[in-house]
Design a protein around this ligand. Structure first.
Ligand code: PFF
Length: 444
């Protein structure tokens, strides 16, 4: 099917794909995984993986989408007719499904925190944030209610369609998030003992790395950039054929890495200064940041603003996750709305056990992990690397080199960039994924 939607402006595409990429990965997940995986060495590895593996893959997905102008499954069918390569698309859709099921749980926590912030339960100076967090995540009605609300907004916006739904708001919300992070960092860095947190976050100590944390860093870089699931194929299919993809991908990777570093610089100094544990896990941000806001003038107001922007960043990622499923399912735009709601309901049902796994189902374990952790592990450390591996092989072995060249560099003279990209995709990326993966299965 030829896509009949198109981005109304280039900035719309950049902001929406950046919106997909920037979300929980940079703001919530990276800090907590860094905390549990040893700090600076993990961050260094994660940045390297993002630049040398995630970035080329992002470009590869953009090439597929813009060239074919088709959704995540049709694109592969078009490029490799009568083969099974389109299963990459189905793998992506399935991955997005599972991903959104637990993503929405955290979205639900943010919704709850907005409520606590409005009612003065956070940010006013006298709360025990660990207790509050435990209550928020373990109470089944609150956890599931928050998740449902988050998914309702997601289905509503995706049902309305790309232009109307996603493009408009990104234009001012993302810059606002950047600014607020800078304010937060300034406050966090001027707390007593802040430098201890900075050095935990940025000084590499390689003795803290092990095979599993290397896999986490790899999975985190895919998660962060939304690659490996063909979401970026679908988004770039709405581009015009001669729109530039190199510059947008640089902005997307750059903005996301900045936000990642910003989040760490906002959180870790405060962790050390205020006596929290860097290994606190999924609650890290929710426990630490309210305490930082408390130390600010107009803290309660800024906290609310932060939560709203954080929710927005999370929603724009969720839109892309549901979008890919809807784009595949609705052959024309007539049933997009219905499809969005149906899929939203399925995602919700799948996500409820994850939501409950912080409370009444916390004892249920799958391979020694809680349901939430197992779902996250499956996506981040198995499905995303697998999708990324297949995409790198597909693009570099299945598509012709000169076609790729003309697609990627479009008349510019940056030949060496193309060669480097091609080399990474063809040799380095598949090899690194295999090595990291096998290394972990070895130790398990
Ligand atoms: N990149 C998003 C984040 O970091 O929060 C998560 C994500 C969205 C991953 C969309 C994959 C995806 F297709």
């Amino acid at each position: 099917m030829e896509q009949n939607q198109q981005w109304s402006s280039k900035i719309g595409f950049i902001l929406a794909s950046a919106g997909s990429a920037i979300g929980l990965g940079a703001i919530w997940k990276l800090p907590y995984v860094t905390g549990t995986s040893g700090g600076g060495a993990f961050i260094l590895l994660f940045v390297l993986f993002s630049l040398l593996i995630g970035f080329p893959l992002l470009l590869a997905e953009f090439v597929i989408g813009r060239k074919t102008q088709k959704d995540a499954i049709a694109a592969y069918k078009h490029l490799a007719p009568n083969t099974k390569w389109y299963y990459i698309g189905y793998l992506g859709v399935f991955t997005c499904f599972v991903l959104l099921s637990f993503y929405s749980v955290i979205g639900g926590w943010i919704v709850q925190y907005i409520f606590y912030s409005v009612t003065g339960q956070v940010g006013t100076g006298n709360a025990d944030y660990e207790a509050l967090f435990n209550h928020a995540v373990s109470n089944p009605a609150l956890a599931i209610g928050g998740q449902a609300l988050f998914l309702i907004v997601t289905a509503f916006v995706v049902g309305k369609g790309i232009q109307a739904g996603i493009e408009k708001a990104s234009k001012f919300m993302m810059p606002a998030l950047f600014v607020l992070f800078i304010v937060l960092i300034v406050r966090s860095l001027t707390l007593d003992n802040a430098m201890e947190g900075v050095s935990f976050f940025l000084m590499p100590d390689f003795s803290k790395l092990n095979s599993e944390s290397i896999l986490f860093a790899l999975g985190q870089s895919f998660f962060l950039l939304s690659v490996g699931v063909s979401v970026m194929v679908t988004y770039s299919s709405y581009l015009k054929r001669d729109d530039n993809i190199i510059q947008p991908s640089i902005s997307i990777v750059g903005m996301n890495l900045f936000i990642s570093i910003f989040a760490g610089l906002a959180i870790f100094p405060a962790v050390f200064s205020l006596g929290f544990e860097p290994t606190a896990g999924p609650g890290l941000l929710f426990i630490v940041l309210p305490s930082v806001f408390e130390q600010m003038v107009f803290g309660q107001f800024f906290l609310l603003m932060f939560l709203v922007l954080f929710l927005f960043a999370t929603l724009t990622s969720a839109f892309s996750l549901l979008e890919i499923v809807v784009a595949v399912g609705s052959k024309n735009n007539n049933n997009r709305n219905r499809q969005a709601w149906i899929m939203g309901i399925f995602v919700f049902i799948l996500g409820v056990p994850s939501a409950l796994s912080f409370g009444i189902w916390s004892d249920v374990s799958i391979f020694g992990k809680s349901i939430f952790d197992a779902a996250d592990y499956l996506v981040s450390n198995i499905l995303l690397p697998l999708g990324a591996f297949l995409i790198s092989i597909f693009v570099s072995y299945k598509l012709k080199k000169d076609i790729l060249k003309s697609e990627l560099i479009r008349g510019t003279k940056v030949n060496f960039l193309f060669e480097a990209w091609y080399f990474l995709l063809r040799y380095i990326i598949p090899l690194v994924i295999i090595i990291v993966f096998l290394d972990v299965t070895d130790i398990i």
